[in-house]
Write a protein that binds this ligand. Structure first.
Ligand SMILES: [Zn+2]
Length: 238
């Protein structure tokens, strides 16, 4: 096998005892490989690549999209969600403190040091998500403390693999999933109210549903929204 370059594209060429030239694009990165008959010259291979240029580019775009969706790399052009809206991520390299900001209602600018890796870029964005949740949660808790007539003594945000929220009833402590930063604020409020109602009723029974109906009549809407993009395994009923 040897490599040739066609307009900046690296192509692996294999000569084989075959009749026709075969061109293929392989996932995950869209590597291009040509199997050519023994007597076909590199010039003819080059021509075959150029003839199928548009198709090759389409295949590569398809693989790169699949890759991005399955695994976040925190690179420019990726879609990321914040408060239920989709944003385009822009990674900006800058020597100084890292920061995140929203621009024009469509962009999330992620400012990081040049050479920062995926893990570091992810950490900066997750820290920002956490800060945003921590701004939203206290006013919601004081409002719902008064409405429901309970007292949340302690609360926190953490990354949970299977739950949107939890409530430690004896300690009056509520935990909310960091992933909620990506969902509409109403979904965050629904999970919070759900956990706070556990302070009145531990179990997901008829009384629990009646309390939810009383305090947040449209809760089923937000539950369905969360179940559309569920965390691993868990579906919420209440
Ligand atoms: Zn529950």
């Amino acid at each position: 096998m040897h490599k040739i370059k066609v307009s900046g594209l690296v192509v692996d060429v294999v000569r084989k005892n075959i009749k026709n030239l075969h061109l293929a694009v392989y996932p995950p990165v869209g590597r291009v490989r040509v199997a050519a008959p023994l007597r076909v010259s590199d010039e003819a291979v080059r021509l075959a690549v150029i003839t199928r240029w548009a198709w090759i580019k389409r295949q590569q775009a398809k693989f790169s999209k699949q890759e991005r969706q399955s695994e976040r790399e925190y690179v420019t052009g990726e879609s990321h969600y914040f408060q239920g809206q989709r944003y385009r991520l822009n990674v900006i390299y800058h020597d100084g403190p890292s920061r995140v900001s929203i621009r024009n209602h469509r962009n999330i600018d992620l400012v990081v040091r040049e050479g920062s890796d995926t893990v570091q870029r992810e950490r900066v964005l997750l820290t920002w998500y956490r800060q945003q949740l921590k701004l939203l949660i206290p006013p919601l808790i004081s409002q719902w403390d008064a409405t429901i007539g309970v007292k949340v003594s302690d609360w926190g945000v953490k990354h949970m693999k299977t739950k949107w929220g939890t409530c430690n009833v004896p300690a009056h402590r509520v935990w909310l999933n960091l992933e909620l930063a990506k969902k509409p604020v109403q979904c965050l409020e629904y999970v919070l109210v759900h956990e706070m109602i556990h302070l009145l009723e531990r179990h997901h029974n008829d009384r629990f549903a009646t309390l939810m109906d009383g305090f947040l009549p449209s809760w089923r809407l937000y539950r369905d929204e969360l179940n559309r993009a569920p965390l691993r395994h868990e579906t919420w009923d209440y």
